[in-house]
Write a protein that binds this ligand. Structure first.
Ligand code: F0G
Length: 457
């Protein structure tokens, strides 16, 4: 007998309290921080869906591994355990540990970026784009057209438009393209996966032109599970095998270990090119640390090594992908427009369709995220014009999509928490026509979504 409910494949081992708040209190809290959800005290949040990054619950085996951590400056056994766990899935020659993903990006683009360089991707994540642009290089997104259409049901909406990629390479010139990147899954495009066929096609193009191919592989296991579920001929394969095949198609990777590796902190940069690795290791020493610990303590390295073995479990991934779809499908059934199909780590509400009376430059996503918090204490994240609208030349342009992401921390919330979120969304939908847009009253020079302050219009 197969039951409908996919239970959490774990039981609770240690708990953290949630402090209850009222709508009146939350109105006060959000106003006091200039309507920026990043500025809230997280104790004032009931269900925190701001990010799935570093917010997962570790297993008892990971906590046990923490105790096994060895804090030797050089050559720690914890480093060797970590390196072996990474290479078991991603057998690149050189693994360079960093404190999180963006540190790996900063090192990579300091080494290969710079003025006159252009780096294409399916869709660059915001820190990736910011690091590329900070190096004075340009970041270009070449996702397939379906990837920009929230309602398209394409099974691999994270795919690169390979025709555009080849055209882009021919127009730009190989000398200006130090790498091609692929974000798996495509976070900024709705947590959508990339197919193995597409990765193979991009890999072949990169080989043909002699351009290094790098993965931004934060959610590699979720992506591999989608390949297993959706791609022809993949349904019998072990996820580990699929991950290794993905790794074999690229020349290196950047990684945030705060996502699929089930860590609260961590990251790495890996590659086969020895000369590049040597430049990167020297940069690592300037800002992160010695190459056998990078920006991490030995105990963190050990917890990540265990996390890497747990995240490729089929029972875990089946539960993970099904539970994200459980939230997304419930919202879709009540008529709330969400990015389809439901992605791996998050549900993305299409705020442009949900609040059509608020124009993009009045930030419909920000308005919706604020209301979700006020009504139910649910914290999501705007991924739209607030995040992407300010261009390096100072102009403001509406983003391709106006989304609010409800990211699901790994192994943290139960089905009853998610049922509550569904009820909050239903109440927000009842009130949607009353919501107003916002204007920015204070804005920093870069990455404005983190610290801007807003006022209701
Ligand atoms: N690449 C992708 C696709 C990401 O989603 C993130 C982080 C990074 C790189 C940077 O990694 O945070 O360890 O420095 N995404 C988080 C999020 C912050 O909420 O989606 P990091």
């Amino acid at each position: 007998m197969e039951f409908k409910t996919i239970i959490e494949p774990f039981k609770i081992h240690s708990v953290a309290p949630i402090a209850m708040t009222t709508e009146v209190q939350r109105e006060q809290y959000i106003k006091s921080v200039g309507f920026n959800l990043f500025s809230l005290h997280s104790d004032d949040v009931l269900i925190d869906l701001l990010t799935d990054s570093g917010t997962g619950a570790m297993s008892r085996n990971q906590w046990a591994a923490i105790q096994h951590g060895d804090e030797s400056y050089a050559g720690s056994p914890s480093w060797l355990i970590f390196e072996a766990a990474v290479k078991n899935l991603f057998p690149y020659e050189h693994v360079i540990p960093t404190h999180q993903g963006r540190a790996a990006e900063k090192i990579l683009f300091t080494a290969i970026g710079g003025s006159g360089k252009v780096i294409p991707s399916n869709t660059h994540f915001d820190t990736t784009r910011a690091n590329i642009e900070y190096s004075k290089a340009e970041a270009v997104d070449l996702v397939i057209p379906e990837g920009r259409d929230p309602s398209s049901l394409h099974p691999f909406k994270g795919n690169m438009d390979v025709v555009e990629l080849e055209k882009f390479i021919n127009e730009t010139g190989v000398a200006h393209i130090p790498a091609v990147m692929m974000t798996i899954t495509n976070n900024s495009g709705g947590g959508q996966p990339v197919s193995l066929a597409n990765l193979k096609a991009v890999s072949a193009i990169c080989k043909k032109y002699g351009i290094p191919f790098f993965l931004d592989a934060c959610r590699f296991a979720e992506n591999a599970w989608f390949i297993r579920e959706r791609e022809e001929g993949q349904s019998e394969r072990d996820v580990i095998e699929i991950v290794r095949e993905i790794a074999s198609l690229a020349d290196g990777m950047t990684m945030s270990a705060k996502k699929d590796p089930l860590g609260n902190i961590g990251g790495w940069l890996a590659m086969n090119d020895e000369a590049l690795a040597s430049v990167c290791r020297n940069l690592l020493i300037l800002t992160e640390g010695f190459p056998t610990y990078g920006g991490l303590a030995g105990r963190d390295l050990e917890a990540l090594a265990v996390g890497l073995t747990e995240v490729v479990s089929h029972d875990y991934l089946r539960y993970r992908i099904r539970s994200t779809a459980y939230l997304g499908n419930a919202l879709a059934e009540m008529g709330i427009p969400v990015v389809q199909p439901i992605g791996g780590h998050a549900v993305y509400i299409d705020a442009k369709a949900f609040l059509p009376h608020i124009p993009p430059l009045q930030y419909p996503g920000q308005s919706l995220a604020i209301e979700l918090y006020k009504v139910g204490g649910v914290r999501g994240c705007e991924i739209g014009t607030v995040m992407f609208g300010r261009k390096p030349d100072g102009s403001e342009v509406p983003a391709a999509m106006e989304l609010v992401r409800l990211a699901i921390p790994r192994r943290t919330y139960t089905q009853s928490h998610i049922d509550y979120v569904i009820e909050v969304c239903a109440e927000v939908a009842n009130r949607a026509s009353q919501f107003r847009g916002y204007k920015i009253v204070k804005e920093p020079a870069a990455l404005r979504h983190f610290t801007s302050q807003f006022a209701p219009l």
